[in-house]
Design a protein around this ligand. Structure first.
Ligand code: CA
Length: 354
């Protein structure tokens, strides 16, 4: 996996995360030559934090791409209420390109900035992770690399609690086999089998090669009628279902339950039930070896799936899944009806009660 090597800013008001994709092959296929030729295409998107002042402040955004062996490229990016986006073609292949994002307000004053370096390989894919931060106060640059399990994941990469959060696993702290919940509700998980913490593109995360997962014991704070689940995941293989989060006891033990998972073919699905299941899902398969930020939102009247902040599917439903009992499983089938392990990496999972 690509590894973040850029600076991080310690003095931040707001932080956004950017996933930049070049070309169309996997990172594992990308091999740099001594004298690279050809060009790549960049698809760029910055997810904007909910309820942030960004949408009131930001009016224009510019991306520059530069290096010693290329002419600097300047590109306008599109701003919406929820994202910053752009497609950049014809980037000369080569090493150590600087990607610099500048965001201005209506008075053309720069309000946000962030940069990262990365290699562009012709006709192939690289991932560059970049943060942009509100420019207030003095920025301090710290390029240190975090180690898995140290409990010091860069805060710019971690999901953050809010007043609704009942569980937050950033997978940056492990005490014995215990995965620590940062919500304050004490919903710690117990890792088993081949589950382990690793460094990933966002700091540290949970590695799930199959044959393992994390179990969180049933508690009332996780029996949710209305909720929002946020998960940042990186599938490396699609097998027989691929459970990211499951809370339902199976069979007829209780009427309720909720599930977030990939199916065998790489479609993302969310499910809720009160005796019978209703679901939302992607209409096409997603790509392996790619990070996805998935949000599953259940309200009293609707059920909605977002992928990378795009609304993918939504239905009207009054199903109340909150009566369920049973443990919550991360990365595996908590009921062990059959082998339904998620294969890949999970960087963070957050559960909010709505
Ligand atoms: Ca993490």
């Amino acid at each position: 996996m690509a590894r973040f090597k850029g600076p991080r800013f310690l003095v931040l008001n707001l932080v956004f995360c950017l996933l930049l994709t070049v070309g169309c092959k996997s990172p594992q296929q990308a091999i740099l030559s001594a004298a690279p030729t050809g060009v790549g295409t960049a698809l760029l998107k910055i997810a904007v934090v909910r309820n942030s002042p960004f949408q009131q402040i930001a009016r224009t955004a510019i991306l520059t791409i530069s290096a010693q062996d290329m002419i600097t490229m300047v590109n306008s990016l599109s701003l919406t209420d929820s994202s910053v986006e752009g497609t950049i073609t014809g980037i000369p292949a080569g090493q150590n390109r600087l990607f610099d994002v500048l965001v201005y307000d209506s008075a053309e004053k720069m309000q946000y900035r962030g940069s990262a370096r990365g290699d562009v390989v012709a006709d192939s894919t690289v991932h560059i992770f970049l943060t942009i931060a509100r420019l207030t106060g003095t920025a301090v640059i710290d390029g240190s690399i975090q180690e898995a399990g140290s409990g010091t994941e860069p805060s710019v990469f971690a999901l953050a609690i809010d007043s609704n959060t009942v569980a937050l696993w950033n997978f940056n702290q492990m005490s014995g086999a215990t995965i620590l919940d940062e919500s304050g509700y004490g919903n710690n998980g117990l890792a088993f089998g081949n589950a382990s913490l690793i460094t990933d593109s966002w700091g540290t995360g949970l590695s799930l090669p199959g044959g393992g997962g994390v179990k969180v014991s049933d508690v009332t704070t996780l029996r949710l009628s209305n909720f929002e689940i946020t998960a940042r995941v990186y599938p490396t293989s699609f097998s027989n279902y691929n459970n990211i989060v499951v809370k339902e006891p199976g069979g007829s033990a209780s009427p309720g339950g909720y599930i977030l998972r990939f199916d065998d073919n790489g479609y993302i699905h969310g499910y809720v039930k009160n005796w019978s299941w209703v679901s939302v899902g992607t209409k096409t398969a997603v790509t392996l070896n790619t990070w996805y930020l998935i949000r599953l939102v259940k309200t009293a009247t609707s059920f909605t799936l977002y992928v990378n902040n795009d609304l993918i599917d939504s239905i009207s439903t009054t199903v109340d899944p909150g009566s369920e009992i049973g443990d919550l499983g991360i990365g595996y089938d908590v009921n062990k009806v059959e082998d339904r392990d998620f294969i890949g990496y999970i960087d963070a999972i957050k559960i909010d009660k709505l």
